[in-house]
Design a protein around this ligand. Sequence first.
Ligand code: R5P
Length: 295
Amino acid sequence: MPDNDDLTDGERFQTQVAARAHVNQLKGAGALDWGMQSRLARIFNPGTNRTVMLAIDHGYFQGPTTGLERVDLSIVPLLGYPDALMTTRGMVRSTIPATSGVPIVLRASGGPSVLKDLSNEQIAVAMEDAVRLNAAAVAVQVFIGGENETQSVHNMTRLVDEGQRAGIPVLGVTAVGRELVRDARYLRLAVRICAELGAHMVKTYYCAEDFDTVTSGCPVPVVMAGGKKLPELDALTMAYNAIEAGASGVDMGRNIFQSDQPVAMIRAVRAVVHDSAKPEQAYEEFVQPAQHGSS
Ligand code: R5P
């Protein structure tokens, strides 16, 4: 019989102490179901409510991108550093060790290659498979202003419906066609549409002017996309400015894995994102010593 010989007569019930309520500080996440909040907490460090995501999903439309020719050699050694890894189910099953423990943000849209109209994507992963892979989230490209805008938005809303059922958050990725301008006006429109239609977080490019209006107009976390390779200090400065302007982290690929010192670079990005280190400080602490061979 449990507890019959050890009655504490209320002492341990602490009846005068109100029940503790934990409020999830991650933007827009407080009313989500527990499983959804739990998965988001695997991506966004609950200490800072920020994330450093490493994006290596480029191959899903452009094949073996520079730096990703051999993911087993270039990326697997980095898996201890990012908060999450954005990648495809093919790469997960073939190359990413399950024992690494890295949370997976699973690329869930695809179809056209770089040889075709990229906006013509469809959903490329069943939610059931995302569950099977223990994905922390799924990611879908949204082409606001693109040729197949409605189709891509519909891909996202279907994934949101399925994600709600499974408890898996959706990352809306705002893809900006070559003909469009990446300014605050456009980015505000794109991220807000993703959030309004149910995305639990949105990835978008940084713009030098008024990026704070992009983040403040979005009710869920905005994660800054990396873009093409820049000099390390410039990439760190962009990440710093995005965080200062309200971004909840970064999802960077080429600026990390195309760096000559990817470990130093991701550690520097972590310092900027999680410790609010100034870009010069992070560069001097991590990247410069690595360039001189001491790290
Ligand atoms: C972007 O739309 C895709 O998700 C890319 O494959 C990837 O995230 C790009 O990363 P980066 O521009 O930082 O190399």
